[in-house]
Design a protein around this ligand. Structure first.
Ligand code: GLU
Length: 494
C-alpha cells in the first residue's frame, strides 16, 4: 500500500483562524491514523497579500496546537519554475492554449452576452487559433494568458468526495479557465495541483469553498497525467446566524492566537475543534490524543456547516462556551504536574514564579494548584482569581469586601486577634486553625461564618473558593497572619 501523504497549504494572507486550524487538525489526525505524512506548504504566490507576519502566525499557531508536520514548510513561490514548466507541457500537449483577448474585449463580450441573456462564460474565440495566427500575435507583442482547454466531451466530469459523495458537472458547464496570467505568473488552480503532484499528496482534505476548484483541478490532473488524489471537502465554520466567521465581523476570537494568549490548553482546544463538525457517532466528547487519532474518520465529518456559537453582544460569550467547557474539563482533570508546567509559564510572565520546582515548594505548588483549579476556566485564572496564592499583590473584589468585611468594623480587632492566636499555635494544622477560629467566634458570640468569610476575603480577595482552612494551610502561617493583621487598611480606604 502506498503511504498516505496529506498537506496543509494555507495562504499567508491573515492569521491562522479556527476554520484553518480545524482543517490542519483533521489532516494531521488522518496522517497520524494511517501512519502517513503531513506536509506544510505555504501558498504565498499572491505576493501582494502574503506577509511574513502571517507566515509566523500560522507556524506559531500550529506549534501551539501541537500539530506537527513531517515536511516543510515549503513555500509555493520557490517552485515557480515547476508551475511554468507544467503550463508549457499543457500548451505543448494541446490541453491549454494562449488567449489574446484583451480585458476590454472580454468585458464587451460579457455585456453583449448579458444583454442577449446568453451564457456569460468565455466564448472560446482563441481556442482554435492556428499556429501561424498565434506566432503572428506573439510577434506583434499582443499580451496573452494561458487558458485550460476544457475537453469537448459529452457526459459528466466528476470525482468521489470522501465527505459529500459523488460530485459531478457537465463539461460544457465549465469555462476555459485561465492558468497563467498575461504577466507570465501561473495561477493558484495550477500551482496548487503542480505542488500536490510533486509532493505526492494522496488525500486532499480542505474547505468546501474549494469544491468548484476541484472539478477544474480534476481535469488538470488528467491533463498532467497524474493520478487523482482522494478529495474530501469540509463544510465551513459559520456563526449562529449562518454567516462565515471572520476577524472583521467577530474580532480576535476567530484567531488561534486568541486562545493561546487567553490561557487555553492546546489539547483542550484541539478537542473542541475536532468536535466542531465531527463526532465519533456516540456521545463521547473528551478524547485523548491517542483516542482521537484512533477514532477519527473522514466519513463521520458532518455534511452540514459547523456552527461556532458566539454571541458578540453578550458579555458572557468571550468565545463559544463549548471552547471554555473543553478547557475547564482538561484544566480540572489533567495530570497535575502537566498543569504545573503550564501555570508556571503564566506565573513567570507575571513575575510571580518563585522556583516552585526547586525544592519542597514543588509539593506545595502542585497541591495548591490541585486545591484551586476546580473553579477555574482558563490558565489566566491562576494569576488573576488565584493571584493571592502566589503574591501579596492581589486585588480584593469589591463585592466580598463590602459584604464580608466593611459591614463589620469590629473585624479590625477580631482578625488581628485571630492572627495572634495563629501565631501561637503549636502546630499549624487544618484542625488547629479551624478550632482557633471557631473558639474565637464563640468567645465573641458571633457566627463563625462572619470570621471565616472575612478571612476568605482578606486572605484570597475572593467571594468563594476551596474550604477556608485548606486555603489557610496552602497560603501558609506567615502570610495568613500578615493579611489578617492588615485588615485595617481596607477601612482606611473608605
Ligand atoms: N491556499 C489555499 C487556502 O488557503 C489552499 C487550498 C487547498 O487546500 O488546496 O485556501
Amino acid at each position: 500500500m502506498t503511504e498516505t501523504r496529506l498537506r496543509f497549504p494555507p495562504s499567508p494572507t491573515g492569521y491562522l483562524h479556527i476554520g484553518g486550524a480545524r482543517t490542519a487538525l483533521y489532516n494531521w489526525l488522518y496522517a497520524k491514523q494511517t501512519g502517513g505524512k503531513l506536509v506544510l506548504r505555504i501558498e504565498d504566490t499572491d505576493t501582494g497579500r502574503s506577509s511574513a507576519e502571517s507566515i509566523k502566525g500560522i507556524i506559531d499557531g500550529l506549534d501551539w496546537l501541537g500539530i506537527d508536520y513531517d515536511e516543510g514548510p515549503y513555500f509555493q513561490t520557490d517552485f515557480e519554475t515547476d508551475h511554468i514548466a507544467a503550463s508549457q507541457r499543457l500548451l505543448t500537449s494541446g490541453a491549454a492554449y494562449k488567449c489574446f483577448c484583451s480585458k476590454e474585449e472580454l468585458d464587451a463580450k460579457r455585456e453583449a452576452a448579458l444583454a442577449a441573456k446568453k451564457p456569460l462564460g468565455y466564448d472560446r474565440s482563441c481556442r482554435n487559433l492556428s499556429t501561424e495566427e498565434i506566432t503572428a500575435k506573439d510577434v506583434a507583442g499582443i499580451p496573452s494568458v494561458v487558458r485550460f482547454k476544457v475537453p469537448d466531451r459529452n457526459g459528466l466530469l466528476g470525482y468521489d468526495d470522501k465527505i459529500f459523495g459523488r460530485i459531478e458537472a457537465a463539461y460544457s458547464e465549465i469555462d476555459d479557465f485561465v492558468i497563467v496570467r498575461s504577466n507570465g505568473k501561473p495561477l493558484y488552480l495550477l500551482c496548487n495541483v503542480v505542488d500536490d503532484i510533486r509532493d505526492r499528496i494522496t488525500h486532499i482534505i480542505r474547505g468546501q469553498d474549494h469544491m468548484t476548484n476541484t472539478l477544474k483541478q480534476v481535469m488538470l490532473y488528467e491533463a498532467l497525467k497524474a493520478p487523482l488524489p482522494i478529495f474530501g471537502h469540509m463544510p465551513l465554520t459559520l456563526d449562529t446566524k449562518k454567516a462565515k466567521i471572520s476577524k472583521r465581523s467577530h474580532g480576535e476570537i476567530v484567531a488561534v492566537q486568541f486562545y493561546r494568549d487567553n490561557g487555553f490548553i492546546p489539547w483542550a482546544f484541539n478537542n473542541f475543534l475536532a468536535l466542531l463538525g465531527w463526532s465519533a457517532g456516540n456521545d463521547q466528547e473528551f478524547f485523548s490524543k491517542e483516542e482521537l487519532i484512533r477514532d477519527f474518520s473522514l466519513e463521520r465529518i458532518n455534511k452540514s456547516s459547523a456552527i461556532f456559537n458566539y454571541k458578540k453582544d453578550d458579555p458572557k460569550f468571550i468565545t463559544d462556551p463549548k471552547a471554555i467547557y473543553f478547557n475547564e474539563h482538561y484544566l480540572r482533570t489533567m495530570a497535575i504536574s502537566e498543569l504545573g508546567q503550564m501555570v508556571r509559564k503564566e506565573l513567570e510572565a507575571e513575575n510571580l514564579w518563585q522556583e516552585c520546582y526547586a525544592s519542597d515548594r514543588k509539593v506545595w505548588y502542585l497541591d495548591t494548584l490541585a486545591l484551586i483549579r476546580d473553579r477555574f476556566h482558563t490558565l489566566k485564572d491562576f494569576t488573576s482569581l488565584g493571584r493571592a496564592y502566589f503574591s501579596d499583590n492581589f486585588i480584593v473584589d469589591s463585592k466580598p469586601l463590602d459584604k464580608n468585611v466593611l459591614k463589620f468594623p469590629e473585624l479590625q480587632t477580631w482578625l488581628p486577634e485571630l492572627a495572634a492566636r495563629y501565631e501561637m499555635l503549636a502546630e499549624f494544622t487544618l484542625e488547629a486553625t479551624e478550632k482557633a477560629a471557631r473558639e474565637l467566634a464563640e468567645e465573641l458570640a458571633i457566627k463563625p461564618g462572619i470570621l471565616i468569610n472575612a478571612m476568605r476575603t482578606v486572605v484570597t480577595g475572593q467571594l468563594a473558593g476551596p474550604s477556608m482552612f485548606d486555603i489557610v494551610l496552602a497560603i501558609g502561617r506567615e502570610t495568613v497572619v500578615r493579611r489578617l493583621r492588615d485588615v485595617g487598611k481596607y477601612f482606611k480606604l473608605v
